[in-house]
Design a protein around this ligand. Sequence first.
Ligand SMILES: *[C@@H]1O[C@H](CO)[C@@H](O)[C@H](O)[C@H]1NC(C)=O
Ligand SMILES: *[C@@H]1O[C@H](CO)[C@@H](O)[C@H](O)[C@H]1NC(C)=O
Ligand SMILES: *[C@@H]1O[C@H](CO)[C@@H](O)[C@H](O)[C@H]1NC(C)=O
Ligand SMILES: *[C@@H]1O[C@H](CO)[C@@H](O)[C@H](O)[C@H]1NC(C)=O
Ligand SMILES: *[C@@H]1O[C@H](CO)[C@@H](O)[C@H](O)[C@H]1NC(C)=O
Ligand SMILES: *[C@@H]1O[C@H](CO)[C@@H](O)[C@H](O)[C@H]1NC(C)=O
Ligand SMILES: *[C@@H]1O[C@H](CO)[C@@H](O)[C@H](O)[C@H]1NC(C)=O
Ligand SMILES: *[C@@H]1O[C@H](CO)[C@@H](O)[C@H](O)[C@H]1NC(C)=O
Ligand SMILES: *[C@@H]1O[C@H](CO)[C@@H](O)[C@H](O)[C@H]1NC(C)=O
Ligand SMILES: *[C@@H]1O[C@H](CO)[C@@H](O)[C@H](O)[C@H]1NC(C)=O
Ligand SMILES: *[C@@H]1O[C@H](CO)[C@@H](O)[C@H](O)[C@H]1NC(C)=O
Ligand SMILES: CC(=O)N[C@H]1CO[C@H](CO)[C@@H](O)[C@@H]1O
Length: 470
Amino acid sequence: MAVQLSLQRLVRLALLARAYAVPLVSEAQTTFTEQVTSVPVPSVVPHTNVTSHGPYTGPSPTTTGALSTSVLAPSIPARPPPPGSFDYIADGELHGDQPAPFTPSGGIGTNGSAPVYRVQSDFDYQSLALALYHEWIELDLFHWGLATFSVEEFEAFGINAEDRFLLQYMADQEIGHATVLTNMLGPEAPRQCTYNYPVSNVREYIDFNQKLTRWAEAGVYGFLPHLNSGPAAQLLLQTITIEARQQMTFRQFGGQFPMPEWHTPGIPQSWAWTLLAPYISSCPYNQTRMVWQNFPALYILNQPNPARINGSDVWNETTGAWANTLSTANVSSSELCINATNPTLDCPAAISQNRSIPLSYPGRQVFLQWDAPGQVVGPNNSYVTSTNVQEPKFAAWVSQLNVTYSPLHNVSLTSKTAYTIQPNVSTWAGDPAVNGTMFLALTDIDLHVTPYNVSLINPHVAALAVYQAG
Ligand SMILES: *[C@@H]1O[C@H](CO)[C@@H](O)[C@H](O)[C@H]1NC(C)=O
Ligand SMILES: *[C@@H]1O[C@H](CO)[C@@H](O)[C@H](O)[C@H]1NC(C)=O
Ligand SMILES: *[C@@H]1O[C@H](CO)[C@@H](O)[C@H](O)[C@H]1NC(C)=O
Ligand SMILES: *[C@@H]1O[C@H](CO)[C@@H](O)[C@H](O)[C@H]1NC(C)=O
Ligand SMILES: *[C@@H]1O[C@H](CO)[C@@H](O)[C@H](O)[C@H]1NC(C)=O
Ligand SMILES: *[C@@H]1O[C@H](CO)[C@@H](O)[C@H](O)[C@H]1NC(C)=O
Ligand SMILES: *[C@@H]1O[C@H](CO)[C@@H](O)[C@H](O)[C@H]1NC(C)=O
Ligand SMILES: *[C@@H]1O[C@H](CO)[C@@H](O)[C@H](O)[C@H]1NC(C)=O
Ligand SMILES: *[C@@H]1O[C@H](CO)[C@@H](O)[C@H](O)[C@H]1NC(C)=O
Ligand SMILES: *[C@@H]1O[C@H](CO)[C@@H](O)[C@H](O)[C@H]1NC(C)=O
Ligand SMILES: *[C@@H]1O[C@H](CO)[C@@H](O)[C@H](O)[C@H]1NC(C)=O
Ligand SMILES: CC(=O)N[C@H]1CO[C@H](CO)[C@@H](O)[C@@H]1O
């Protein structure tokens, strides 16, 4: 009986061994350690460590401006919902025959066709190329910080050796992200560029990372459901969820509440490109160009400063326009939250930090200044800022699921200044909409847009910034 059993077992093991091409170690053994099956590892996209940083100083570019073909109309008209949008009866019952057991009818890309992971339109190409430009800058930015700042400088903000390994790991994640996007774009995919970063210490660096990953993330959410290629959207989705975790990690490194909102906003591609391009110094000869618009810069003159104990008590404390990242240059040591001894006011790196003095609040007067269009920005200074707007009249607060307009006051077209009042709006009861790392645009009209059509706002945008609401 015992012999029979062990024979059966040996036969089973031999079959298993053949299936996995694993030799049996010893016939006498009744158990064995299955060897790990190896499959070929796909290579990553060619990349190097960017060695040059700083503003572009080379010759005037041979090509300027966004990529374009024939432009059919100045804007896309708003239309009613497509026919049939209200036909489906949402009553919890099944309304069609099932294509297979346990499978409801409907869905897109569900009929068994083999997925093809490639771009399928200009919209897809330009959107994924934009996302790739972001992955490349992040790869360099995360490495650059580790190489630039000392251990002591990181540790002064509570960012210890294990945290710094996480930063290194996040850089490595970008290699995978750049690879998957490059593979879906093909041989003309944008390559690595050189960059300039508006930071001079660890605190400013962490804030820039926190803001950049937010607009990179929100930039993808804005186009993901509009891609022609569902398979490409699938892979990008499984990439951008990592970006979202990085954004939260950088808020945690900065001692900020990790996610003071219930939803993450989506923004148009031209907004992400507007915010990104100024930090790209030069790109290789032949780099694939972008179709997207570069809007003029908006300066938040009293941009809340998360490095302060009282972050809203500020004037002109950013390292520049666009990202409007925090500057610690003129903050006295006693006003820095990193030095606070009261745990409700301090801000070393942590999983979560309560900030008992809010960075911003409904009713706050926000002072604004903006640039005229016609400035060269981006790789090799080869893109030019533009807007259709003659006179901005509103501030559009783009946060969570909402675009909320507040009127501009004291608009001066000569000094290009105005102020507005932070609106008091909620997504749902209990969730103030304006919070976290979000976006502020100046517009000429208060066009009603919602998350799926927010890019219809573009012809009305005069200038653009990141706003640090919480
Ligand atoms: C870039 O530098 C990092 C160290 O910061 C190193 O781990 C990595 O291997 C380098 N990558 C390349 C492609 O040289
Ligand atoms: C399956 O769906 C795809 C679109 O996802 C479509 O192009 C294709 O024709 C469909 N195939 C069949 C057999 O219906
Ligand atoms: C941009 O500048 C870089 C560095 O000077 C140069 O190698 C590249 O050819 C330039 N690209 C364009 C499109 O002019
Ligand atoms: C530039 O791009 C074109 C096609 O886009 C390609 O044929 C050519 O080889 C490229 N030149 C260089 C120097 O990379
Ligand atoms: C924080 O600063 C704002 C703006 O100056 C001020 O109104 C508020 O009273 C300050 N809060 C505290 C707790 O000091
Ligand atoms: C803000 O600070 C910068 C740099 O110190 C200065 O050039 C600019 O004039 C200031 N702007 C305002 C509105 O105070
Ligand atoms: C810091 O303050 C000084 C004077 O108080 C001013 O000249 C300088 O522009 C300020 N720097 C920044 C970065 O705001
Ligand atoms: C953190 O903030 C929340 C909301 O204001 C408050 O209910 C809670 O008591 C605070 N906890 C600590 C430990 O500060
Ligand atoms: C933003 O969120 C934080 C964390 O929940 C909260 O303490 C703060 O009061 C919020 N700000 C506003 C304006 O609601
Ligand atoms: C707005 O303009 C009015 C009238 O010129 C002036 O009295 C007021 O002080 C200005 N407000 C601000 C905040 O500049
Ligand atoms: C904010 O967005 C939610 C979800 O779309 C919507 O229900 C709510 O009415 C919006 N609030 C405002 C003030 O626009
Ligand atoms: C007084 C004091 O504690 N100053 C510290 C404030 O924080 C900075 C940055 O961590 C330190 O360099 C100062 O020594």
